[in-house]
Design a protein around this ligand. Sequence first.
Ligand SMILES: [Zn+2]
Length: 246
Amino acid sequence: MKQILLVLSTAIVLVSGAYGNEVQHESTHEVHWNYDENGPANWGKFSETCQIGEAQSPINIIVNETKGIDKSDILKLNESIETKASIADNGHAIQVNIENGGIIRVDGVNYKLVQFHFHGLSEEEIDGAHTDLVAHMVHKSPFGSLLVVAVLFNEGKTAQPMIQTVIENVGKSVEIDPSTLLPFDTEHYYHFMGSLTTPPCTENVKWYVMKEVESASKEQIAALRTFYDHNYRPVQPLNGRVVESK
Ligand SMILES: [Zn+2]
């Protein structure tokens, strides 16, 4: 009897030992997507949609090939609201998480701002050209559908006040008015259907790219790029999608 117990307990130790090692192995060597060795060309490993999706973002917007906007796709912006926000490095971008965001209304559906984040070169191209930075303002409807407003920036003489607030408060919580990130002209934009530009690359995202390119100072662009300077996915095939223009 003693002998059987000894054998049994040895077996349990061996099994739990092996299991323990496996868990440790997985947690210390977990593979995560990034913009380097596990970059955009390999994101299919993390979500199949990134590889086989046919309506992916970002895209190159060829201005001459856009068409007039459908009335049902016109934005009603109501972003001006004072809200608490926490500014964090999410491991891929500097992201501003919004506690109580403003609303964008499209075709009878309200989309509420949940966060905005920055890419160190714009992901979207206009006639084949990037801009120096882009902010993506991510909105969510009560049904969970997503709408992203892209705000483009190029290096210019003037600093952008909201970008300055972000740079000075990474890791902190602040009171902000997210509408101050938007350009003066919010009446003109491109619209298309696309996806999240990071895994899981979920599709059916409504994209709106503001036409007015804002100015950010050289120092601001450099400061944001000290965190991430190549966190942009290359443009994806249109696969027959049409870009609307207003
Ligand atoms: Zn983004």
